[in-house]
Design a protein around this ligand. Structure first.
Ligand SMILES: [Zn+2]
Length: 221
């Protein structure tokens, strides 16, 4: 694979071979600080496919025997950023036609995957709840499902979704249960409402939280 780069801001870019002056936005190949225009490095016949449609990019790459990645220098972030690929025009058109043809079925597949993820999430919530019941046998009826669903809230940054909770880490479960007790079984929320900071409110209810937490852990009351 050949890597090309469109660097900016160029003062004047000149091809080292044919000495052509190139416009600022021209695609160029940069090798150890020297510049070549596309025709001098045998890329002149290729078509630029901007990033953004992974399917077209992937298929264009697949059908093109010759290809190059296009980077642009981001002077603010001081790094090259990928902007697209250069591929044979025929490969691009073949890829585009294929993508148009199976657009619908590809949409159906991603819908199916979304449903599968949803089912997996439900399964995870259920397993998480079972584990909570197991560790806190004296917690009120069905409370484990409320705690679990809350903890597993999709796309949230809550403990239940984090990687360590996926393995039903005891620490993750304890955190979820403590948070639930704090909000549902103590005056924490009204302390917040009354103007205390989270830290102050937490301190106020900490004793009660621990008392209930221990109680929920008791077996066969
Ligand atoms: Zn040249």
């Amino acid at each position: 694979m050949i890597e090309s780069s469109a660097e900016s801001p160029p003062v004047i870019k000149v091809c080292k071979n044919c000495k052509t002056k190139l416009p600022g936005n021209a695609l160029i190949k940069v090798v150890k600080g020297t510049i070549e225009d596309l025709s001098c490095c045998n890329l002149g016949n290729l078509l630029f496919v901007p990033s953004g449609d992974p399917c077209i990019t992937r298929r264009s790459n697949k059908y093109s025997s010759q290809r190059a990645i296009v980077y642009k220098w981001n002077s603010l972030r001081k790094r090259n950023e990928r902007k697209g690929v250069l591929v044979a025009a025929r490969a691009f058109h073949k890829a585009k036609n294929e993508c148009i043809k199976d657009e619908k079925s590809r949409g159906d597949i991603s819908k199916k995957l979304a449903i599968k993820r949803e089912v997996l999430d439900q399964k995870f919530i259920h397993q998480f709840a079972k584990k909570i019941r197991c560790l806190f046998p004296s917690c009120p009826k069905d409370r484990e499902f409320i705690i679990s669903a809350h903890a597993c809230l999709k796309y949230s940054q809550r403990v239940g979704r984090s990687a360590f909770a996926k393995d039903f880490d005891r620490e993750a479960i304890s955190l979820s249960v403590r948070a639930h007790i704090r909000h549902e079984e103590t005056n924490y929320n009204s302390h917040l409402f009354g103007g205390l900071t989270k830290k102050e409110a937490r301190l106020k209810v900490q004793g009660n939280v621990e008392k209930i937490f221990k109680y929920w852990k008791l077996k066969g009351k």
